[in-house]
Design a protein around this ligand. Structure first.
Ligand code: ADP
Ligand code: TRP
Length: 321
């Protein structure tokens, strides 16, 4: 079973990325044919700063490896190192109905958040479909926000297969409902583009500051509260041991939950959770040459899969050779 997913290097990776996608992917490493990549061409729809894109790409790669991804046990690369994806994007764009792309809410959401509307931003789902179909992925683990983009990939695979003959595996989405949407500090989806994140590798004072900024209501300590609508409780539940979580849940329901104390406990839990990975990340970034070599190696492995798919596509659509 081939499992594939990508992540944008458009800012520091956060705990929404970790629980929504990275942890799941790392968990699949031993049991499947795993493909993981950093989608720098997608990030180009919002980042037009050479340094930021390059640093973000290397950092995202270091994050993944520090958190446990072993590049020898999977195919791990940077999207732009496999140029075949751009050719497939064009081919798919010629069968992508405008209506299908116009219905994608991520485009509208991003514009509403101030990202400038470009052709690339609009056709973002087509590049994502090419990412998935080029490698004949069976399953694609993502957060809930990417569900519609996966529908686009499935639709385009079907349409291509019907129009030109069976070529692509139709991918299945894999969405973990429990962690499908990790809320941000303000209660919206945690997202790099919304400025409401807790970065995975933040620590010390800056981390504490972010956690103290988690939005809570003005209820007094002794008042009963609803844990299921509380952003702080949702974030706490990602890190706390089950027994402790149960205790805190009871405090919410029966009165006695003090937001300030829970925030300090959450701060300590996050510090401890990523402590080992934090050190590993620094070591990786200190040897950027080695990190680059790992990624170039990964791109070579990815191209071994990409080239035959693209050759088949060229033959099916009528490119002469
Ligand atoms: P961002 O919105 O921060 O830019 P990306 O779009 O790069 O994040 O998403 C990378 C992966 O992380 C995707 O699979 C996405 O579904 C997942 N993801 C992003 N934010 C969250 C979140 N708040 N909760 C759960 N999963 C998320
Ligand atoms: N669009 C995805 C996101 O923002 C990232 C992505 C690009 C992706 N290509 C992909 C995810 C292919 C899964 C498979 O999160």
């Amino acid at each position: 079973m081939r499992i594939l997913s990508g992540i944008q290097p458009s800012g520091k990776l956060h705990i929404g990325n970790y629980f929504g996608m990275m942890k799941t992917m790392i968990g699949h490493m031993e049991s499947s044919d795993l493909f993981v990549f950093i989608v720098d061409l997608h990030a180009l729809t919002s980042v037009h700063d050479k340094e930021r894109l390059a640093t973000g790409t290397l950092e995202a790669a270091a994050d993944f490896i520090a958190l446990g991804l072993d590049p020898d046990k999977c195919t791990f690369w940077v999207q732009s190192d496999v140029p075949e994806v751009c050719e497939l994007t064009w081919v798919l764009s010629t069968i992508a109905p405008m209506g299908l792309l116009e219905r994608c809410h991520s485009y509208k959401d991003k514009i509403a958040k101030g990202i400038s509307p470009s052709h690339g931003l609009f056709s973002y789902p087509v590049l994502m479909a090419a990412d998935i179909l080029l490698y004949q992925a069976d399953r694609v683990p993502v957060g809930k926000d990417q569900k519609q983009h996966l529908e686009v990939a499935r639709d385009l695979a079907h349409k291509f297969n019907i129009t030109f003959g069976d070529t692509f595996t139709v991918p299945e989405p894999a969405i973990d409902e429990q962690t499908a949407v990790v809320p941000g500090l303000d209660g919206q989806k945690m997202s790099k583009s919304y400025g409401n994140t807790i970065p995975i590798f933040l620590s010390g004072k800056p981390l504490k500051k972010q956690i103290m900024a988690i939005k809570t209501d003005g209820a007094a300590v002794e008042e009963p509260k609803n844990p299921d609508t509380c952003i702080l409780f949702q974030l706490f539940s990602l890190f706390a041991e089950p027994a402790r979580l149960h205790q805190v849940r009871e405090l919410y329901l029966n009165g006695g939950a003090a937001y300030g104390y829970i925030k300090v406990e959450l701060f300590e839990l996050i510090e401890a959770h990523f402590e080992v990975a934090r050190k590993r990340k620094q070591e990786l970034l200190d040897d950027a040459g080695k990190l680059r070599r790992i990624l170039k190696n990964g791109a070579e492995k990815a191209r071994v899969q990409a080239i035959p798919t693209l050759e088949k596509v060229r033959e099916r659509i009528g490119c002469i050779y």
